[in-house]
Design a protein. Structure first.
Length: 278
């Protein structure tokens, strides 16, 4: 054993003269750094001439309700019918490929933009309204922690993708399928109530959150003046589907029990949910 420890300590210096630099610790090129690579290193000294092949561990073992990590944050997931959803609004500041999403746009820049952009409720605009019963939604740090970030539809439509690999922004058909599931479960005219969180809505407009979607009233950013409105009273989520030059959305209000479908100017800032690919 002492001889083996001394050998391992001397390996880096010894290998410098025997292998090309820079040294690649993944000796067998299988994408994993395992005991097989150590055995291959020992093989340089004729201690193990034929290292065995070791397979990488299976990485496709995701189960809905597992946490998904993206841009430094862990998102809980929830299975609703046969669809797997993020159980929180997206809060990433980068596209799937790591490119930064433009942020920090003032009122005029937000109103004029024709490219993807992200903001936090109350962060960059000169006007802000909050009807949230639980916290001041115009406090950007509290808003981001509770309701995530707001994205214009240009960001949703960007080919780089807002959601992590294996996930996407649901289109109109997928939102309709979600509504159809609720109808099939007996929520006739009350799917909105079933989607809304059990707290956070003004004037007693809380939902029952029957399936863990936890829809929060995160409000929106206006396309006309860059101001922030409806936090506490309305939740707004983009769909990936277009309607002419507009984006489409699903909306929940504190005083409505249904899910509303609207077409909206693509410069508006709405929340985003990710859904797992089939």
């Amino acid at each position: 054993m002492p001889r083996l420890i001394i050998l391992l300590l001397l390996l880096p210096a010894s290998l410098k003269a025997q292998v090309e630099a820079p040294w690649n610790p993944d000796g067998n090129g299988d994408g994993c750094i395992t005991t097989a690579d150590l055995i291959m290193l020992l093989g340089v000294f004729n201690l193990c001439p034929e290292p065995p092949t070791v397979d990488c561990p299976e990485t496709d073992a995701f189960s809905c309700t597992d946490t998904v990590y993206f841009d430094g944050y862990g998102y809980p997931t929830v299975l609703i019918g046969d669809q797997c959803w993020f159980a929180e609004n997206l809060r990433s500041e980068v596209y799937r490929n790591g490119d930064a999403i433009p942020a920090g746009l003032d009122d005029i820049a937000w109103e004029m933009t024709t490219f993807g952009a992200v903001t936090v409720y109350g962060a960059d605009g000169s006007s802000c309204e909050s009807a949230s019963p639980d916290f001041d939604a115009c406090d950007e740090s509290l808003s981001a922690a509770s309701c995530g970030r707001l994205y214009n539809w240009h960001a949703v439509d960007d080919e780089r993708g807002l959601c992590p690999i294996g996930w996407h922004v649901p289109d109109g058909g997928e939102w309709a399928a979600l509504e159809g599931f609720f109808t099939g479960q007996g929520f006739i005219g009350t799917a909105g109530t079933a989607l809304k969180s059990a707290s956070g809505w003004m004037d007693g407009g809380n939902g029952t959150d029957d399936f863990g979607f936890s829809g929060l009233p995160g409000g929106f950013r206006s396309n006309s003046d860059g101001g922030f409105s409806a936090a506490g009273s309305g939740g707004f989520w983009w769909s990936a589907s277009a309607s002419g030059s507009d984006g489409t959305s699903r909306i929940l209000y504190h005083n409505f029990s249904t899910i509303l479908l609207f077409s909206n100017d693509p410069r508006r800032g709405f929340s985003v949910r990710c859904m797992r690919d089939d």
